[in-house]
Ligand binder design. Sequence first.
Ligand code: R5P
Length: 294
Amino acid sequence: MKIVIGPASKELGEKTAELTKLEAVQVSLKTFPDGEVYIRLERSVQCENVAIVQTTSPPQNDRLMQLAFLADAAKRNGAHNVTAVVPYLAYARQDKVFLPGEGISIETLGRMLKGAGIDALVTVNIHSENALKKLSFPAKNLSAIPLLAEYFVRKGFKKAFALAPDKGAMYIAKQAQKVLGGDAGHLEKQRDRYTGQTRQTGKGLDVEGQAVIIFDDIISTGGTIIGAAKILREMGAAKIFTACVHPLLIGDAENHILDAGVEEIVGTDSTPSNIGKVSLAPLIANALKEQESG
Ligand code: R5P
């Protein structure tokens, strides 16, 4: 197997190649004045299994096109099998028709990527398991939550309360709780499907005097974490931290979260950011090794 270092995940791709001791294939990328991209593999991948490491966080549409072009280039170069390693998979939140007239974006995306030459996918904490089922090729979903929780154990926060900002993320809080060994719970979050507005409540939670870590898959605008931090402060939490797998951190999200009383924001290198303190490379390297040996 060879590892193609996608332009959106250069560092993560290099680290993964180092850990797996697989050859890294670099990529030339040019952007034309009109915004179109040109992409070329710098080494042959003929008769090889190939893993393309390329996240699809914003600018997601550009990164998805780059991924598709890389898959096509690999196949035309004679690659045997192409696995896309996409830590953050864009469009996974639109995994069903919520309102009449909508499409299922993740399903469309799956068909496009398959058409481009992708045979399998490895991703990390996809927004919903249902999204995985919509893809047109075998897909494996890894979890980085234990790695994030271990970060807090190393910092001396064993027994911290693991909080999910909504019921859907409770599986995340439970995975963190296994490592932290404290309590876990979730807030209630309701979303208005037309306006996108959300409302959070903390009924039944007891976090008074505790160190609380809010775990989520994605931090985008930071609104969810800011709302959760407000409730936790009102409930008397002693310290508030947050951890996420995909720190998209749109606009000034990082500062807004810190201003809301969160002491530290911890993310992974699923997407390049200032807070990627936990690397996904060991997780991805293991998954690729298993794939090659099994
Ligand atoms: C939603 O269900 C996700 O798990 C995240 O909570 C959400 O995407 C975070 O978005 P934001 O940071 O904009 O509140």
